[in-house]
Design a protein around this ligand. Structure first.
Ligand SMILES: [Fe+2]
Ligand SMILES: [Fe+2]
Length: 174
C-alpha cells in the first residue's frame, strides 16, 4: 500500500472517517487480491476513497459518505471467473451489487453511500445515472485511478526501453 499509505495515514481527519472500516478483517483481505494488474484491490480502494474525499472536501460535499463508500466500492473477493460462473450478468454489472451487500454487513449504509457503490461503474455497465454529486465524483475518480494504475508501470517500462535504446545509439555513434 505504498502509494497512499504515506499520504492518507497522516491525514487525521480522513483516518477518523474510515477508522472502523480499515480495521475490518474482510476488507483487509482485499490487500491479497491483485487489481488492475499492478496493484491490490485494497490499495485501489484507498486511492479512490482518498482522492474522492479530497475532491468532496474541495467542493463542500459529504466527505464522510465519499470516504467510506469510496473505500467500499470494490468490496468483493471474487475473481472474474467466479463472477462469470454466477451467471447474473457481466463483471461490471455484478461486482457493485456484491460490494454493497458486503458493505452492508459491516456498516449501516445511507442512500447516498449505496448510490456511490452501486453506480461506480457508470458508463461501463448498464447501471443508471448517479443520483448525487458525490456518486459522480467517485465514479470519475475510480476511472482516473484505474487508468493511472494500469498506465504508470507501462510508462515506466517504456521509459526504460527508450533510455536503453538511446544508450545503444550513443554507443554505436561514439
Ligand atoms: Fe469496481
Ligand atoms: Fe474501482
Amino acid at each position: 500500500m505504498e502509494f497512499v499509505q504515506s499520504i492518507w495515514e497522516h491525514d487525521q481527519e480522513y483516518m477518523a472517517l474510515i477508522k472502523d472500516l480499515i480495521q475490518n478483517e474482510e476488507l483487509l483481505k482485499l490487500d491479497t487480491i491483485t487489481h488492475h494488474h499492478y496493484t491490490t484491490r485494497l490499495t485501489h480502494s484507498l486511492f479512490v476513497s482518498y482522492v474522492s474525499y479530497r475532491l468532496a472536501k474541495r467542493f463542500n460535499l459529504n466527505v464522510r459518505a465519499v470516504a467510506r463508500a469510496g473505500l467500499l466500492h470494490d468490496f468483493f473477493h471474487e475473481g472474474r471467473e467466479e463472477i462469470a460462473a454466477m451467471e447474473q450478468g457481466s463483471h461490471n454489472c455484478v461486482h457493485p451489487k456484491i460490494a454493497v451487500e458486503n458493505a452492508a454487513k459491516i456498516t449501516p449504509l445511507t442512500d447516498l453511500e449505496r448510490d456511490i457503490i452501486l453506480k461506480h461503474m457508470f458508463l461501463c455497465s448498464k447501471v443508471g445515472m448517479p443520483r448525487y454529486k458525490e456518486s459522480m465524483i467517485v465514479t470519475c475518480v475510480d476511472k482516473y485511478c484505474a487508468i493511472s494504475e494500469v498506465s504508470k508501470p507501462l510508462r515506466e517500462k517504456t521509459r526504460i526501453k527508450v533510455s536503453d535504446w538511446i544508450a545503444k545509439v550513443r554507443l554505436v555513434h561514439a
